[in-house]
Design a protein around this ligand. Structure first.
Ligand SMILES: [Zn+2]
Length: 418
């Protein structure tokens, strides 16, 4: 075994071999098929169980369906490592799985080190991170953090009309008891997650790895415009109340506002009514998604978007209204761990400044209850949630090894409870 400065290094080639075997068992040409609560997901978890059995560890499952595997060390509480083994339908081989297998690699390294780690290790595979089937993302990790409202789950159904409550029941989970998973939080001193970037920044910079300083906040609104539907041939241009053009104007403003504030803004859905070639649109509906890592900037983006919608509507004699769809505040990670992750990234030849995650991850939920940070590994072409998702194998090796060093450093640090 090779030893890093502060503990055993992770066998990155073995981690990649485990990921390839997982892909062979639960993926294929159409992509990963590990949708939470289904047979392929259970098969993936059984494979993780086999790998843990090899190092003499029997996993436990909490009341929310998260799987935990502990390696006893010289101090408690444990350093948590992990991610999620579930995938979207037709997903990639690395999203979530990389963090679970790399975390398992950390446990494997210490299990074979001949001495216990300075602090216990807890590997966690969070249940239903993707929300792919029932639309509720971060399910297991939000049960851990206490932000899950079990009453909000009762109405959730999949595309076939089957309820989440039934799917939970098939997996031996009682929704009324899911909040008991919060008890595990006290057993976590700090938490680290390795994940693919799922975006193009690292690849464009020619870098393999980066620290992540937090997850961006999100404001998502449905915005409607009402004008007057009228004949496309007989209504003069200056006599129109075109709701479609008001929406188009507002959508272009979202792009400008995102650039001005250094955030991202998306109008990913637009519909016009009556939606025919021969009528001016009387109604337009769009969904605006605004993201920024800084709460005041996010609030300013939302205010500017409202002002732009108001101006676009009045310019064309239309009314407008908005309805909140979903929002989450920006979640900064622990400053000490982010600094340690940045150091680990630099040493691995990665990015010297942390990135912000525009996507949400389990780590964002864990950050509510324990010091947390993430590392990102480059994504080929920035693609994810697609069968084409991939990462150069050399980049994977660098990221997995850097993650192992970060974990070893965190194992020998004090994490006082606040
Ligand atoms: Zn993921």
């Amino acid at each position: 075994m090779t030893a890093a400065a502060n503990g055993p290094s992770v066998d990155a080639r073995r981690v990649i071999a485990d990921l390839r075997e997982l892909e062979r068992r639960t993926g294929g040409p159409g992509g990963a098929r590990r949708v939470a609560w289904g047979a392929q997901w259970r098969e993936a978890r059984a494979f993780v169980g086999e790998l843990l059995a090899e190092i003499g560890i029997e996993p436990e499952r909490d009341a929310a369906g998260n799987v935990w595997a502990y390696l006893a060390g010289e101090a408690e509480p444990a350093l948590g490592v992990g991610s999620h083994i579930d995938s979207v339908p037709g997903g990639g081989w690395l999203d979530g799985a990389l963090g679970v297998m790399a975390g398992l690699g950390v446990l494997r390294g210490w299990a074979g080190a001949g001495a216990p780690p300075p602090r216990s290790l807890a590997l966690v595979d969070f249940a239903d991170e993707e929300g792919a089937r029932f639309g509720r993302s971060l399910l297991g990790s939000s049960a851990l953090s206490g932000s899950l409202d079990p009453d909000g789950l009762t109405d959730l159904r999949d595309a076939e009309g089957r309820s989440l409550v039934d799917a939970l029941g098939e997996n031996g989970i009682d929704p009324a008891r899911m909040s008991e998973a919060t008890a595990r939080a006290a057993g976590i001193a700090a938490f680290l997650e390795l994940h693919i970037e799922q975006g193009p920044v690292l690849e464009a910079e020619g870098l393999a790895v980066a620290a992540v300083r937090g997850c961006a906040g999100v404001e998502r609104y449905r915005v409607g415009f009402s004008g007057q539907a009228s004949h496309a041939g007989t209504t003069p241009m200056d006599a129109r109340r075109d709701a479609g053009l008001a929406a188009a104007e507002a959508a272009l403003s979202v792009e400008r506002i995102a650039a001005e504030h250094g955030g991202v803004g998306t109008v990913g859905a637009v519909s016009l009514s009556p939606g025919i070639a021969t009528a001016v649109a009387g109604e337009a509906q769009m969904v605006v998604d605004l993201r920024h890592p800084d709460a005041p900037e996010l609030a300013a983006m939302l205010a500017a978007t409202r002002a732009a919608a108001d101006a676009a509507a009045s310019e064309r004699g239309c009314e407008w209204r908005s309805q909140p769809v979903w929002s989450i505040e920006p979640i900064p990670f622990d400053a000490r761990l982010v600094e340690a992750a940045t150091e680990a990234s630099r040493r691995a030849g990665g990015r010297s400044e942390p990135l912000v995650s525009g996507a949400l991850h389990d780590a964002a939920e864990v950050a509510r209850v324990a010091p947390t940070a993430m590392m990102f590994c480059a994504s080929a072409r920035g693609l994810s949630h697609a069968p084409e998702e991939d990462t150069d194998e050399g980049d994977l090796v660098r990221a997995i090894e850097a993650f192992g060093e970060l974990a070893n450093g965190a194992l020998s640090s004090d994490w006082p409870r606040t």
